[in-house]
Design a protein. Structure first.
Length: 72
């Protein structure tokens, strides 16, 4: 999904990118806490992924991947 006038976009090809996209969609639909709770109920394997706590910073509204170096 390309963002208007922005050099960043989602990279759903990587595992981190797929989960980041899912988490962001849940954040948009629900409040953060409810979104995470529902996400964990739907995808319990997320609890075992080490990078997930980094994605759950409440200060970050969205997680973007840089188009050049694929870094968040």
């Amino acid at each position: 999904m390309l963002l208007e006038g922005n050099q960043y976009f989602y990279r759903p090809l990587s595992l981190a990118g797929r989960y980041a996209t899912l988490i962001n969609q849940f954040r948009d639909i629900y409040s953060a806490d409810i979104g995470y709770q529902l996400l964990f109920e739907l995808m319990p394997d997320l609890r075992n992924i080490k990078f997930i706590p980094l994605l759950f910073k409440k200060t970050d509204r969205h997680i973007y991947y840089n188009s050049c170096n694929n870094q968040p």
